[in-house]
Design a protein around this ligand. Structure first.
Ligand SMILES: Nc1nc2c(c(=O)[nH]1)N[C@@H](CN(C=O)c1ccc(C(=O)N[C@@H](CCC(=O)O)C(=O)O)cc1)CN2
Length: 294
């Protein structure tokens, strides 16, 4: 019985963070100290754990962090005021609004108010539009992490057939856009809740990305022998965390992530990467001005 090789996001994320710490030090020496802001609304335990992880990562690489927490009862106006506060805060290089927001909030309106130059999640419509056009812009963290994870584990992308299960704003939709850029040129089937016979689409694919938030959705008979399988969605149960991929898939897959330690740590590492890149662009712009004046 074969066992799939592990795709290790924890290891790759640790390597990326070590490189980022060096870049943050160089920025500091040039007079720029990057800062990440987070806006967290409500008491969802998952969201609290993810935001806490993002701030731990910042401390690890030397990025300052600014944390805004609002109760689940916060009004649209209060959340928009928090966005405005971080838009105007010079110590905040970039920020995120942790999703999902409570159901009474107009999420798209909140995302639209983020200054696109401070959009550390790459979810502002301007930056999603730039992704479609192929213009440089901050990229959504989970899809960026997935592509980096595949590269680091020598999983080919160009010309490969991908089945992305789930078409949410943070993973499926932007991942489809990124995988079909001319730099990747993958063939992507983006499955949604109405897709007929998702198993057949998955079986016809070289890489399966499960981002539906349905525990153990992807079964061994959904996977063609040797395929790569990434688990993105997480379901919290009293027995612990369950991923979207049944662990028994490891007898069929060539390479796969676990429910944890795969894509999650990469999402966080890519958020830090986006912050450092924004800060480096600010430094380059400053140096260009100094150069033009001297
Ligand atoms: N504004 C955003 N909101 C959300 C995003 C996002 O990219 N931007 N993605 C997800 C949640 N997410 C990031 O915020 C996220 C998910 C998982 C992890 C992670 O490190 N997971 C660990 C396990 C965590 C645990 O034990 O609780 C792992 O996989 O090992 C980090 C970030 C939705 N919202």
């Amino acid at each position: 019985m074969t066992t799939a090789a592990k795709i290790d996001g924890k290891r790759v994320a640790a390597e990326l963070k070590a490189e980022l710490a060096v870049r943050v030090k160089a920025l500091h020496e040039a007079g720029i100290d990057p800062g990440l802001g987070t806006i967290l609304v409500g008491d969802d335990p998952g969201s609290h754990s993810y935001v806490a992880g993002k701030h731990r990562d910042c401390a690890e690489v030397g990025i300052a962090s600014i944390r805004i927490e609002l109760p689940a009862s916060a009004t649209q106006a209060e959340i928009e005021a928090a966005v405005q506060q971080l838009n105007e805060d010079p110590s905040c290089t970039g920020f995120i609004v942790q999703l999902p927001l409570p159901p009474h909030v107009d999420t798209h309106r909140v995302l639209e108010l983020i200054d696109p130059d401070k959009d550390a999640d790459g979810l502002h419509p301007t930056n999603l539009g730039k992704l479609v056009l192929g213009t440089p812009a901050p990229l959504p963290c989970t899809p960026r992490g997935i592509i980096e994870l595949l590269r680091q584990h020598d999983v080919p992308i160009t010309g490969q057939r991908f089945c992305v299960i789930g078409c949410g704003l943070t993973v499926g939709r932007p991942l489809g856009l990124m995988l079909t850029r001319p730099t990747e040129h993958a063939t992507v089937t983006l499955c949604n809740i109405e897709t007929r016979d998702v198993a057949a689409h998955a079986r016809a694919s070289d890489v399966i990305v499960a981002a539906a938030g349905v525990a153990h959705l992807v079964k061994p008979d959904w996977v063609s022998p040797g395929a790569t399988v990434l688990s993105v969605g997480i379901t919290r149960t009293i027995e612990g965390i369950l991923g979207d991929v049944d662990p028994n898939v490891d007898v069929v897959a060539g390479k796969m992530t676990g429910a944890t330690g795969g894509v999650g740590p990469m999402t966080r590492a890519m958020l830090l990467t986006n912050i450092v890149e924004i800060a480096e662009q600010q430094l380059a712009a400053r140096e260009a001005i100094v150069g033009a004046l001297t």
